[in-house]
Write a protein of this length. Structure first.
Length: 141
């Protein structure tokens, strides 16, 4: 039996995932992190992007988080996300529309606040589209 780590992914709407994993991959503030059982403890902010949870059978479950915090303890990984969605539930048309709106807002920005908000919305939409594309590639393989 492989060694596992407990993974809890929670958003403002409620718990999205809870269970054992052999590896967890997430987009932390300073880059992609891979977390195995008995990993050194740390806390980091998360960038909008994909979280992958690998189970004992080697299968990966994909999630999209819009940002948040990851806390790693030797036997538990907790992800507190602003928004968390199973990748298979992402709406590509809505993400493309959000990307278009954010790009339009960037082109016509009038204030620094509007610019920062449009940049954040664009980063979130692009991260959703990347998660959708990565999931498609996994299905083809």
């Amino acid at each position: 039996m492989a060694m596992t780590i407990r993974v809890d992914i929670v958003s403002a709407e409620g718990a999205i995932h809870s269970g054992p994993a052999t590896m967890v991959y997430a987009s932390a503030e300073l880059g992609e992190v891979g977390i195995a059982p008995r990993h050194t403890a740390f806390i980091s902010r998360l960038r909008p992007g994909e979280v992958r949870v690998e189970n004992e059978q080697g299968e990966q479950e994909h999630f999209y988080v819009s940002g948040g915090i990851i806390e790693v303890q030797p036997h538990v990984v907790t992800i507190l996300a602003d928004t968390a969605i199973r990748a298979r539930d992402l709406d590509e048309a809505a993400a493309l529309e959000a990307k278009r709106r954010a790009e339009d807002a960037l082109a016509g920005q009038k204030a620094e606040f509007e610019y920062a908000k449009a940049q954040a919305e664009l980063a979130e939409a692009v991260a959703q589209l990347r998660a959708i594309e990565r999931l498609r590639k996994m299905k083809r393989a």
